[in-house]
Design a protein around this ligand. Structure first.
Ligand SMILES: Cc1ncc(COP(=O)(O)O)c(C=O)c1O
Length: 344
C-alpha cells in the first residue's frame, strides 16, 4: 500500500510549453551548431545499445575531474543533480536536513520521500542569509545535512563569501554547496571541499538539460561510500557518449554562458527602468522580478506566447514574484515588449 504521506504529496508539475517561448526552467536557449550536431550524431552511432553502459565511467569522471582540478575518485555522477541529492539524503544518518527558505524545492521534497525532517531558515527580505542564524538552527536541530544553493534558486543571488565560509567551517553535519548556476556566477567553492563539504554541479543549465547529467565533488572516501547507493547503470550509454564528446567542445558552452550573462545584464537594466517592476540582482541565468500582480502577468505573458514561472504563493518572501529565464536576444526582446504592454 502507498504511504499516506506520499498520497498527500502533489506530483512535481511540469507545464505544457508547446508552441511557447520557453523561459520557465533555466535551460540554455541555444541549440547545437549544425556541424557539431552532425559530428555528435556520428559519435552516437558508435554506441552499442545492446550492452549495458559503462558502470564505473572512469573516462568520463577523469575528464570532469581534470576540468575541476580534482581526482577522478572525488567525482560521483548522477542522472541529473536531482538524483545526487536523493543519493545524499538516502546515505546520510537519520537526522534533520537544514535549508534556507526560499530555495530549490527538491531538497525538501526528497527529504519528505525519505521521511527525513527538514528545518528551514528564512532569508532576509533582500534574500541575504544570516550565517549565525543558519548555524544556530543547524546546532539546535542537530543537522545531519544542509544544502546551500550558490547562487540560490529562485532568488538568483549569491551569498557573500564570508557567509558561505562561515557555514562551511561552523557546521558539524554535511554541507552540500549546490552550484547548479555556478557557470553564471563570479565564483565557485571547490576550495572549500573537505571531509564534510561537497560541491554539486550539473550540465543542465549549460546546454545539456536533455542529457540528465550532474556530478558531486567531494572527499574521495565520502564519494566512495555514496557510490554504494548509486544505481549500477544510472547514466545511460547515450548520455555518457554525448558528455565525453561535448566536453571536448566545452569552450562553446562557456561562450554561451558568457553570452547569457551579457543578456541577463541587458534584461536587468531594462526591467530596472520600468516603474512598477522590482528586479533583484542575479548571478544565475534567470531573474526574479516583483510585479503588481504576478498571477495576472504570468497569464498575460502566456497569452503573448511566453512561458515563465510564477513564484507567487511559494513563500511569503516571493509575493507577486515571477522568475524569468534569460533567453536569446530575440526571446528577451519579446519578453520586454510583452511586459511593457502588460504593465503599461
Ligand atoms: C539549485 C538547483 N540544483 C539542482 C537542480 C537540478 O538540476 P538537474 O537535476 O537538472 O541537474 C536545479 C534545477 O533547477 C536547481 O535549481
Amino acid at each position: 500500500m502507498i504511504r499516506n504521506d506520499i498520497k498527500a504529496l502533489s506530483a512535481y508539475h511540469v507545464p505544457d510549453s508547446d508552441g511557447l517561448i520557453k523561459l520557465d526552467a533555466m535551460e540554455n536557449p541555444y541549440a547545437l551548431p549544425e556541424d557539431l550536431h552532425r559530428d555528435w550524431l556520428n559519435h552516437l552511432g558508435t554506441v552499442n545499445i545492446n550492452r549495458y553502459p559503462d558502470a564505473d565511467m572512469l573516462p568520463l569522471r577523469r575528464k570532469i575531474a581534470e576540468r575541476e582540478g580534482v581526482m577522478p575518485e572525488q567525482v560521483l555522477l548522477g542522472n541529473g543533480s536531482d538524483e545526487i541529492i536523493q543519493m545524499l539524503l538516502l546515505a546520510m544518518n537519520p537526522g534533520t536536513c537544514v535549508v534556507p527558505r526560499p530555495t530549490f524545492v527538491m531538497y525538501d521534497l526528497i527529504s519528505r520521500w525519505m521521511k527525513r525532517p527538514v528545518a528551514s531558515v528564512p532569508l532576509k527580505a533582500d534574500f541575504t542569509l544570516d550565517a549565525d542564524h543558519f548555524l544556530q538552527v543547524c546546532a539546535r536541530e542537530k543537522a545531519e545535512i544542509a544544502f546551500l544553493a550558490c547562487p540560490n534558486n529562485p532568488t538568483g543571488n549569491l551569498w557573500d563569501e564570508k557567509t558561505i565560509d562561515r557555514i562551511a567551517r561552523g557546521l558539524n553535519g554535511q554541507l552540500v554547496i549546490d552550484e547548479a548556476y555556478g557557470p553564471f556566477a563570479e565564483r565557485n567553492h571547490n576550495h572549500l571541499i573537505s571531509a564534510n563539504v561537497m560541491v554539486l554541479r550539473t550540465f543542465s543549465k549549460l546546454g545539456w538539460a536533455g542529457l540528465r547529467l550532474g556530478y558531486l565533488l567531494g572527499d574521495a572516501d565520502q564519494i566512495a561510500h555514496l557510490n554504494k547507493v548509486r544505481m549500477p547503470y544510472n547514466i545511460n550509454a547515450l548520455t555518457q557518449a554525448s558528455a565525453e564528446f561535448l566536453l571536448d567542445h566545452f569552450e562553446l558552452f562557456e561562450k554561451q554562458a558568457a553570452a547569457i550573462c551579457v543578456e541577463r545584464e541587458r534584461l536587468y537594466k531594462a526591467l530596472a527602468g520600468m516603474d512598477t517592476v522590482t528586479v533583484f540582482p542575479s548571478q544565475a541565468n534567470f531573474l526574479l522580478v516583483r510585479v503588481p500582480d504576478a498571477v495576472a502577468l504570468f497569464e498575460g505573458l502566456k497569452q503573448a506566447g511566453i512561458l515563465i514561472k510564477s513564484m507567487h504563493g511559494a513563500d511569503p518572501l516571493l509575493a507577486n514574484c515571477v522568475r524569468i529565464t534569460v533567453g536569446t536576444t530575440e526571446e528577451n526582446d519579446a519578453v520586454l515588449t510583452a511586459l511593457k504592454e502588460l504593465l503599461g
